[in-house]
Design a protein around this ligand. Structure first.
Ligand code: ADE
Ligand code: ZN
Length: 337
């Protein structure tokens, strides 16, 4: 298998990471360190044992490993340290801008105050510039919890509104359609927040969920959403409304045993603003440039297609027009070198 460019070229290509769960960046070494510091028995004592425990073959089986691991995050400093560890990795991958998901309910539900979580993460993202990265936070609601819980979470978060730029929706999609969260997303919009939602791969009612997300909720972006390729009307709709998709091919390979590369390339060829992202890189052992390289290699992407993916990431980022032009010019400079 070949691709038109090297991994080093992709690492150097300026890019934005738009689909990354901060809790999904918990590498085995940091997990062990925090467990020890906080006196938490996680059932493993070596990096190898932790790595071995990161096993799953579906979204629910992944989430069953993912949520318990978060117990090691206890103090503001822990959330800060997790963010800094990610930023260091992202710098090596050519990330210049990052919009990072976090799941407050996964922590407040086990007694961690919202303030602890947001202050730790926010202190981390503010230091992004030390790594050449402008970073921001997106607060995600857990869709397998109630709509009331999401509403309570937003009410608790609004006093900190200057510390996050938007809201998202993640966790287990089965039986939890976007429409369940229409009201809380409307409140978020009224408060000037951007909006995105996961439409995970090959879900029951995938197409109907995508329809709800773009037509009823009117999100600014869709996370995953590659099943849209099955419905030309919806593809035309996202193109007309410039709604981008944050796809995660390596993650897909773990949870549905298929990178969905054919679908991603088809959407790219149809002019959809698709991007490649890493989702939960500590669990899928692949950061963003690795993800782009994996897709490019397996599906023989041209250099132009790879550059288009990077350009799309800035075009659909929640940044000013001026910043977009600055990043796009940086891509042109890099690719014309
Ligand atoms: N939480 C973390 N990663 C996720 C994913 N890929 N889908 C839904 N929820 C998630
Ligand atoms: Zn995700």
């Amino acid at each position: 298998m070949t691709t038109a460019v090297s991994l080093d070229f992709i690492k150097g290509l300026p890019k934005a990471e738009l689909h990354l769960h901060l809790e999904g960046t918990l590498e085995p070494d940091l997990k062990l360190k925090l467990a020890q510091k906080n006196g938490i028995d996680i059932g493993q004592t070596t990096i190898e044992e932790v790595t071995e425990s990161y096993k799953f073959d579906s979204l629910p089986s992944f989430l069953n490993v993912y949520y318990p691991a978060m117990n090691v995050l206890q103090t503001e400093e822990d959330f800060y340290e997790l963010t800094i560890a990610y930023l260091k990795k992202a710098q090596q991958q050519g990330v210049k801008h990052a919009e990072l998901f976090f799941d407050p309910q996964a922590h407040t539900s086990r007694g961690i105050p919202f303030e602890t979580i947001i202050n730790g993460y926010y202190r981390g993202v503010q230091e992004g510039e030390n790594y050449g990265i402008s970073a921001a936070l997106i607060l995600c609601f857990l869709r397998d919890m109630s709509a009331e819980s999401a509403e309570q979470t937003l009410a608790e978060a609004l006093p900190y509104k200057d510390k996050f730029i938007g809201v998202g929706l993640d966790s287990d999609e089965k039986g939890n359609p976007p429409s369940k969260f229409a009201a809380v997303f409307q409140t978020a919009q009224q408060n000037g927040l951007k909006r995105t939602m996961h439409c995970d791969i090959d879900q029951e009612n995938s197409i109907e969920h995508i329809r709800q997300v773009i037509e009823d909720i009117q999100v600014d972006r869709i996370d995953h959403g590659t099943n849209i390729v099955e419905n030309q009307e919806l593809v035309d709709y996202v193109n007309e409304h410039s709604i981008g998709l944050t796809t995660c091919p390596v993650s897909n390979g773990f949870v549905v045993d298929d990178m969905k590369g054919k679908e991603i390339v088809e959407l790219l060829n149809q002019g959809v603003k698709v991007t490649v992202n890493s989702d939960d890189p500590a669990y899928f052992q692949s950061y963003i440039a690795d993800d782009m390289y994996a897709l490019a290699t397996k599906y023989h992407l041209s250099k132009e297609q790879i550059i288009q993916l990077a350009k799309n990431s800035f075009e659909i980022a929640w940044i000013s027009e001026e910043d977009k032009q600055t990043y796009l010019a940086a891509i042109d400079r890099y690719t014309n070198e």
